[in-house]
Design a protein around this ligand. Structure first.
Ligand code: CTP
Ligand code: MG
Length: 741
């Protein structure tokens, strides 16, 4: 995982932008419950009246209110209001809002800041409560008498006038008595309690209080809508960035893996199977892509959300914070238990998938053999076992994960219940507002969800890290065959003399040399044939020339230059190679022939096809050179494939030809015709030719007889037939007595 970290580098900028957007998204998500609590607390419970400082107060009411304020408070309150009457210049402006202005003067609140309002809140709130308390006495009058300050007085007495006549000292006593009652309530509760008399005051001013309420709720609702919209835009943008980062990163990974694999020599290919390399470039990288996409969205969002949620919840209620602690501990405990059970199984799943792939691959590629030997039952059982193992483990993991869900829901609902239970008591004791309890509940859910998101990542990351390790493994391979820094170069016109000097070769990891101390020279204009029993090392020997493998000991020289000294491309440009197992690419016959040289002329291609004896079957097809070749060349016969492979090498007109048993699938007549044409057309090139048939190589200038990796005879057909026992053996098995003689 860490090894692939450098692939994140080009995406740092989008990642930072994504994190910033996630931050905004989290902030919007966290802001919403607060607005909701405002709708409940202020919009519904307080009739849309936000605080105890009304925007206007009639002069008569103000006079009553100030009766219960200290001199300082009174001054402060009056200072923040402007008295408007019929003669004021602003009269026209205010009379619309406060129709009562037509009858009496009105105090209008100045444009003051929120902190100043907060300061005035308790002062005015208490005054309103006291005034309404005094009013209440009047309405509770019994037998026309009111109990006022221990005295019975007639109920039609103007209490406020009476109070106004009292001395400063006595008045303070009255208001202190009232204040004692309010002390237990917090500021916000005083405001809430004062709402009813304030609403009456608004009514007295002629203000439509229903409109006041609905406009507050609408205003808050529209703000919430706006915030949700911002959140939604952020979510979309983050999704877009996440996909972009993940797709870009995996594109780079795939490109690098492919380039790396292209630089592999056969040594490295022997290490990874082809199927495994394909799985790594496709499936594994897709896994990484998926996890990156998800983690861009979750890994950063979850902590911001979790921490923000906790802070906000504490703001709403300190006393209930223990509930969140309980929730988090319960969830963490659950997640830990589930993971300790499921995580080892996740790793096992990856291995079982590999196993299933292997069995499937073998089955599909060996289908013909399986049918021929009627081993379907056995293969079915083998597949069944791999399939069942995977199914079993998958089921187990899923059962564990699924059982987590109801438990989690139980915990979450339990937490909600707990919050309502504890919150309801606090609401009853007036130490908490209903809206705050609801917001707390939402914050608790947000915190829990952020923990869930983090735990999701714990599932995904181990899976991705397995995939990442497999990809990193390929990228970490250092190919053994590389170009030298200060490489030498061939002359422009090379001769093509190939010389093997004390060459030994051993396959990586093998115990024994396959080629042992070979010495020979292949000259330009001549055919050097190599013959020997199967497994003698012919293909191995020939593969050393284009450097598919490097020699273990000794050296191979072309025109006197060690082939390890020249760049691989320069070396391979000189060689026309026809492999033992011909392979064609999907396309047309022409595209396959042009594979050797894309700028080759029509003429040259036709010539190559003629020499390779392919022209006949090509022209038989209605599309000729445009005949489609299917993937792997399965729609041409073995012999046709060989001839197209030969033609492909001929298109190149190289200085060195290598034919590895390339005539084996041809009938004798075609074989002979092809050899004759080749002889005429290869001219001054060096030809290395591996064959099993004596007749194919009889006319070669030099024949090398190979046995168990050693040269047991060199010479022409005539010489070898006389003095090489191995050659004689091969010859006598293939030729008639007359031919031998
Ligand atoms: N070998 C190996 N690893 C490989 C290829 C071959 O260990 N990647 C071994 C084989 O087991 C064999 C020896 O090398 O014993 C020689 O193989 P090869 O050169 O392919 O033999 P040929 O002479 O080409 O045999 P054939 O005529 O069947 O093509
Ligand atoms: Mg071979």
């Amino acid at each position: 995982m860490v090894k692939l970290a450098k692939y994140a580098k080009p995406f740092i900028m989008p990642l930072i932008v994504a994190i910033a957007l996630l931050f905004v998204q989290a902030m919007t998500d966290l802001a919403l419950p607060d607005y909701m609590s405002n709708i409940v607390n202020k919009g519904i419970q307080q009739n849309g009246i936000e605080n105890a400082v009304p925007s206007a107060i009639t002069q008569s009411k103000m006079n009553k209110l100030t009766l219960f304020m200290s001199e300082n408070d009174k001054k402060e309150v009056i200072d923040n209001y402007t008295l408007i009457n019929k003669d004021s210049s602003d009269y026209e402006k205010y009379v619309k809002d406060y129709p009562q202005l037509e009858k009496e003067s009105v105090y209008v609140l100045k444009d003051i800041s929120k902190s100043e309002i907060d300061k005035l809140n308790p002062t005015i709130g208490k005054a309103f409560l006291t005034v309404s308390g005094v009013d209440k006495m009047k309405s509770e009058a019994k037998n026309g008498k009111i109990n006022f300050n221990g005295q019975e007085i007639p109920s039609n007495t103007d209490l406020f006038a009476l109070l106004g006549k009292l001395s400063e000292e006595q008045r303070t006593k009255v208001s202190e008595q009232a204040n004692k009652k309010f002390e237990e309530l917090g500021d916000s509760m005083i405001v809430q309690a004062a709402i009813a008399p304030i609403k009456d005051e608004y009514k007295a001013l002629g203000v439509n209080t229903d409109k006041l309420q609905s406009s507050y709720i609408k205003r808050t609702g529209v703000t919430m809508l706006g915030i949700s919209l911002i959140g939604a835009v952020c979510t979309i943008l983050v999704g877009f960035l996440g996909a972009k980062i993940a797709a870009g990163l995996s594109r780079n990974l795939r490109r690098d893996v492919f380039t790396k694999v292209e630089s592999f020599s056969n040594t490295e290919f022997d290490k990874f199977s082809t199927a495994s390399l394909i799985t790594r470039t496709t499936n594994d990288i897709t896994q990484i892509q998926m996890v990156i996409n998800m983690s861009v969205r979750m890994v950063f969002y979850a902590p911001i959300m979790g921490v923000g949620g906790i802070l906000r919840a504490l703001q709403k209620s300190h006393s209930m914070s223990w509930i969140i602690a309980v929730a988090v501990i319960a969830l963490l405990g659950l997640i830990l238990i589930v993971f300790s059970i499921a995580l080892p199984k996740f790793k096992a799943i990856q291995k079982l998938i590999d196993r299933l792939n292997l069995v499937t691959r073998e089955n599909l590629s060996g289908m013909m053999v399986i049918r021929a030997f009627s081993t379907q039952k056995f293969e079915e059982q083998r597949f069944d076992k791999a399939n069942k193992d995977l199914t079993g483990t998958n089921l187990f993991v899923n059962r564990v994960m699924v059982s987590m869900m109801p438990i989690m829901m139980l915990i979450m609902n339990g937490i909600t219940l707990l919050i309502v239970w504890v919150g309801a008591h606090q609401v009853a004791q007036s130490s908490m507002q209903v809206g705050d309890m609801m917001a707390f509940m939402q914050y608790a859910m947000q915190i829990i969800f952020s923990f869930l998101m983090l735990s999701m990542m714990f599932i995904l990351i181990p899976r991705a890290s397995v995939a990442a390790d497999r990809v990193a493994e390929v990228l970490a391979v250092q190919p053994v065959i590389v170009d030298k820094k200060d490489s030498k170069h061939f002359e422009k016109e090379i001769q093509g003399t190939i010389e093997f000097k004390n060459v030994s070769f051993r396959y990586p990891g093998a115990e024994e040399d396959v080629i042992k101390d070979l010495n020979f020279k292949a000259l330009p204009g001549q055919t050097t044939a190599i013959i020997g029993s199967t497994g003698a090392g012919k293909t191995t020997l020939i593969n050393l020339v284009p450097r598919f493998y490097d020699v273990t000991d000794g050296q191979i020289l072309i025109d006197g230059i060690d082939i390890r000294e020249v760049p691989q491309k320069e070396l391979r440009d000189k060689i026309g190679y026809v492999p033992q197992k011909g392979s064609l690419f999907s396309g047309t016959i022409e595209s396959n022939l042009k594979y050797a040289d894309e700028n080759s002329s029509e003429e040259n291609i036709r010539r190559a096809a003629e020499i390779a004896q392919a022209i006949e079957f090509i022209s038989e097809r209605p599309e000729g050179f445009e005949t489609a070749i299917s993937q792997g060349g399965t729609n041409v016969s073995g012999g046709q494939k060989q001839r197209l492979s030969i033609a492909r090498a001929l298109v190149k007109r190289p200085e060195i030809y290598i034919f590895d048993d390339s005539f084996s699938a041809l009938d004798f007549k075609t074989d002979a015709a092809l050899r004759r044409a080749l002889k005429k057309n290869t001219g001054s090139s060096t030809v290395l030719l591996v064959a099993q048939r004596i007749s194919t190589i009889m006319n070669a200038e030099q024949i090398i007889v190979l046995d168990e990796g050693k040269i047991v005879g060199v010479g022409t057909h005539k010489e070898l037939i006389k003095n090489c026992a191995t050659y004689q053996e091969i010859a006598s098995s293939q030729l008639s007595k007359e031919e031998l003689a």
